[in-house]
Design a protein around this ligand. Structure first.
Ligand code: A2P
Length: 257
């Protein structure tokens, strides 16, 4: 049996000229946990061309959703950005990844720190009731260069709080903080700067993050991950895994081309 199978594209949304998302059919046999990724791709010259993509859809969603950059000469995304409803995409049969609740020790507040398309796994996690059952507050920080890169902003602000299943938990527990670095926007600054700013925690009405109580999950650009790792470890945070749950986890599978 091949490692991949085929799903059909149902819709494509172009956020801007560097970012798009798409939804596909979902085989009932394709199971995953919130925060995981799968290998996704296309047949190119008779061979599968695949990259790691986090599932942005909820585990209970009947469709799958993925968020992708568009790189004009990127081997996969230069092609994938042209998909239209009815096209076929390849999906790896074995989802995996580290952004799992079971890799973290219990805690008070959970921080989701993302840049760019690193938002995707958190779109799944903020729609999972167990995220809200395990933590008091869930703080989603999404850092991007441009306002047009704030994918799902309206959905998170306006639709999710009214969701039949999780709207109430979202309204009471989710703190969403999109932040833009290269354009005017109400929230400015890098994720790393906010993380270190006493004023920022105060503006959210939260105590500053601390390892005794809080947990973090990271996904995004390698530079952000490297810097955040230093900042977290300076505060005593320890990277968790399935064998040794701890205070933070990082997803390093990230599509750059
Ligand atoms: P900046 O505009 O200051 O570089 P990219 O598109 O390069 O992946 O960046 C996405 C977002 O991540 C941008 O807001 C960018 O800020 C920010 N960023 C880049 N490098 C880092 C880093 N080392 N730590 C925190 N944020 C970063």
């Amino acid at each position: 049996m091949s490692n991949q199978y085929v799903e059909k594209v149902l819709s494509v949304h172009h956020w801007n000229d560097t970012l798009f998302s798409f939804r596909t059919t979902r085989s009932p046999a394709f199971r995953f946990e919130s925060g995981q990724f799968a290998m996704i791709g296309l047949m190119v010259e008779g061979r599968p061309l695949l990259r790691a993509y986090s599932m942005a859809s909820a585990v209970y969603d009947e469709q799958l959703e993925f968020l992708s950059i568009k790189v004009q000469n990127g081997p996969l995304t230069s092609r994938l950005q042209n998909i239209v409803p009815g096209d076929e995409v390849l999906i790896g049969r074995k989802p995996t990844g580290t952004l799992l609740h079971d890799n973290l020790l219990p805690g008070r507040n959970l921080y989701f720190l993302a840049t760019g398309t690193g938002l995707a796994p958190f779109m799944s996690l903020i729609r999972d009731p167990s995220t809200y059952e395990r933590f008091e507050k869930v703080v989603l920080v999404h850092g991007v260069r441009l306002v047009s890169e704030l994918a799902y902003e309206n959905y998170i602000r306006s639709e999710l709080p009214n969701d039949e299943l999780i709207g109430e938990m979202v309204s009471q527990q989710l703190v969403y903080h999109p932040t833009v670095t290269r354009e005017d926007y109400p929230n400015r600054g890098r994720v790393t700067e906010l993380f270190e700013s006493a004023d920022w925690y105060a503006s959210l009405g939260l105590p500053a993050i601390d390892v005794e109580h809080d947990r973090a999950m990271l996904c995004g650009s390698p530079a952000m991950l490297a810097d955040m790792k230093l900042l977290l470890e300076a505060k005593g945070f320890v990277e968790g895994s399935s064998s040794t749950p701890a205070s933070y986890v990082v997803e390093r599978a990230f599509v750059e081309k």
